[in-house]
Design a protein. Structure first.
Length: 270
């Protein structure tokens, strides 16, 4: 398995910059996880173990742990993983969390062989960084690690219909003392989104260039993603535009998808 140079730059070499962006998403995580937990009650899951794919610095895993779940988070970035461990200690949930630094494409070799999860999460456009066969392999491995009756959440992710309707070629945002200028191109024929992130340090009215990263992701349609998940052993049961509020899904919203296991004979939780 080969890691693209741009993936290494974002998640390893310049993870310090990306961490500033990630930290701001903690503000909306509690509402997201609270609604996930309410939805899980419909599947008779009120406790158990969660596997958080591409966990970043632990915002979803830690939020679940604060609600009594046991959480395992996996991410490629050593910087994110160390920050997640520190946050878990600070928030008093280090005994209910475990963070593993590694490539999610090697999930079965990273997670203990006897692991059996009730819930799997993939939050904030954590798919499409490699090719479709590798995304399929990740979700197949996640299914092998999940008991019958388990649930998968794919949340806060971009989708093809949204980009076709409201594509924005450029924008800028302020993250603490960093200005991020984002320039994108969208190829609807290949479903490839090419993005250039330019980082600048802000000092008063002055900006100093720090670094520039160019990356590409494959963007799924809802039906294509649901089809891939079914092949991996997951049946899509609901979609939302905003999971925290249960806003209906539409081409104008983000994609939040809920899937359940296609049973294989493993014992379901009583």
């Amino acid at each position: 398995m080969i890691m693209g140079d741009w993936i290494r730059r974002i998640f390893i070499e310049r993870a310090d910059l990306f961490l500033k962006i990630m930290n701001e998403r903690w503000l909306k995580t509690e509402a997201l996880v609270d609604e996930m937990i309410r939805l899980l009650k419909d599947f008779n899951i009120e406790s158990g173990r969660i596997l958080d794919l591409c966990c970043g610095n632990g915002r979803v895993a830690i939020s679940f742990a604060k609600k009594g779940f046991r959480a395992v988070g996996i991410d490629l970035s050593p910087v994110f993983i160390e920050d997640a461990k520190e946050r878990a200690r600070e928030l008093g949930v280090s005994k209910r969390t475990s963070f593993i630094c590694g490539d999610a494409r090697r999930l079965l070799s990273l997670v203990p062989k006897d692991a059996c999860f009730d819930v799997v999460t993939s939050v904030w456009t954590s798919i499409g960084y490699y090719d479709k066969s590798e995304d399929l392999a990740v979700f197949k491995q996640a299914r092998q690690l999940t008991r019958d009756g388990g649930v998968l959440f794919i949340a806060e992710t971009v989708h093809r219909d949204s980009l076709n309707l409201r594509f924005c070629p450029s924008s800028f945002t302020l993250h603490e003392d960093i200005v991020l200028v984002e320039e994108t191109s969208w190829d609807a024929l290949t479903s490839k989104l090419r993005t250039t992130w330019s980082f600048y340090a802000k000092n008063g009215n002055d900006l100093k260039f720090i670094d520039r990263i160019v990356f590409n992701i494959y963007v799924y349609s809802v039906s294509e993603l649901a089809s891939m998940l079914r092949e991996a052993g997951w049946e899509t049961v609901a979609t939302y535009g905003n999971l925290a509020t249960r806003q209906p899904f539409s081409p104008w919203t983000e994609l939040n998808l809920v899937a359940k296991t296609i049973n294989t004979g493993h014992d379901e939780k009583e």
